[in-house]
Design a protein around this ligand. Sequence first.
Ligand code: NI
Length: 170
Amino acid sequence: MKHRTKLRILSIFNTADRQLLKTSAELVDLRTLAHDGMQRLIDDMITTMWRADGVGLAATQIGRSLRLAIVVGQVNGRAEPFVLINPTVTVFGDEQNSGEEGCLSVPGVFGIVKRATRINLKAFDRYGQPWSLPAADMFARIIQHEIDHLNGTLFIDRTSDITKGREKLS
Ligand code: NI
């Protein structure tokens, strides 16, 4: 059974949605994290991401212009959601790797994207505390994909190697 997502995920196949997905998001005012509405939004994004079988979800994908994203990482072998507020990334070294990506906002389409292999992530958590984390490989890929969303960039903007769903883009 397919669960309904809590929030509507925008799709590039909808003209109005596409416009929003292509827009860069605004910095989160950390003081707003004290508001119930903001904490509820974060919880709803996490629920929506799980129900959609995603490994990441950016606020721009649900029509909110906020530099806020959820990414899934592995903690002791378990998938855990990480909340990224105003995230920034520094690339370590010049190693890149190619991997297949999809996106909840580009349903049915997959493509090969080249990304930095090793990064350092800096962000604030849902309570406004700064944290940072080195990330590599798949986790680094997910983080870069979500930060792209916050800048109005989609994975299909970064590849000419579409592996599935090419006909949907024409
Ligand atoms: Ni995406």
